[in-house]
Ligand binder design. Structure first.
Ligand SMILES: Nc1ncnc2c1ncn2[C@@H]1O[C@H](COP(=O)(O)OP(=O)(O)O)[C@@H](O)[C@H]1O
Length: 242
């Protein structure tokens, strides 16, 4: 990659692009494109939670959840986001992968981002495509102890990892019932996230990623670039009205 293609370098101010979409649509893949091509950094709620727990071993109460999909309470999400945005935060483009998961979380993000440029990139494909992609996805538990990202398949032995040659496995959350629950939750919440973005003046772009990764790459790059330049006016809606 030439350095002229990397635009999210540490010299530029912080800009946030939230990449959302149904499970299996290609969020991790798109995030990978943005990290490689734009030098973006990635913020993932799960990783932020794990890092916070390591740094605050006494804060176990924050991580108790009764949600059937294991989602953390919004109060905890707010603590994690605030730690990221109000601490020694990075500069340049940051991709929030799979976040926000609800309209309320988008509101929270904008309130904490306090005028920083925020954009939402919503990837979309049919339920069938998402399901097929999730069923075909394999991860490597050796390269990544808590595997989330799709692993590259070995060209001669596609059931093995191209990096370490260990057998690839399916993601626990791709089991059919769990996948359907995640898909349903996203489909219910996506229009609410979109209308919240509209109410907050946050740029929101939907791109269809029905065709293969090559064809989607340029669309993802173009959308992320255009989304990461405008600044929202900041939340004007009281959380009580959410
Ligand atoms: N545009 C695309 N076309 C075909 N397959 C894709 C595309 N984007 C991602 N994939 C594949 O679909 C699966 C799910 O992608 P992933 O990025 O893990 O989805 P998500 O993070 O949204 O759950 C992976 O195996 C990935 O390689």
């Amino acid at each position: 990659m030439s350095s002229s293609t990397r635009e999210g370098t540490a010299a530029t101010p912080l800009r946030l692009v939230a990449v959302v979409g149904p499970p299996g649509v290609g969020k991790s893949t798109a995030t990978g494109v943005l990290t490689r091509r734009l030098g973006a950094r990635v913020w993932r709620l799960r990783e932020a939670a794990a890092a916070y727990q390591r740094a605050h071993p006494g804060a176990t109460h924050l991580f108790r959840t009764t949600d059937p999909l294991g989602w953390l309470p919004d109060l905890t999400v707010e603590v994690l986001l605030a730690a990221f945005l109000r601490g020694r935060r990075p500069s340049g483009l940051v991709v929030l992968e799979g976040f926000p998961g609800s309209a309320r979380q988008l509101h929270m993000l904008c309130a904490l981002a306090a005028g920083l440029p925020v954009g939402v990139l919503a990837l979309d494909a049919s339920d069938r495509t998402c399901e097929q992609r999730a069923q075909g996805r394999r991860v490597c538990a050796v390269c990544e102890p808590d595997p989330r990202r799709p692993a590259p398949r070995h060209p001669q032995d596609p059931e093995r990892c191209a990096r370490c040659r260990h057998p690839l496995v399916r993601r626990h959350s791709d089991a059919t019932d769990r996948f359907q629950d995640r898909l349903h939750r996203y489909r219910v919440r996506a229009p609410l996230i979109r209308s919240m973005a509209h109410r907050l003046g946050v740029p929101h772009q939907v791109i269809t990623v029905e065709d293969g990764p090559e064809a989607c790459r340029d669309r993802v790059l173009t959308a992320a670039k255009s989304l990461s330049v405008s600044t929202p006016g900041g939340p004007v809606i009281s959380p009580a009205h959410l």
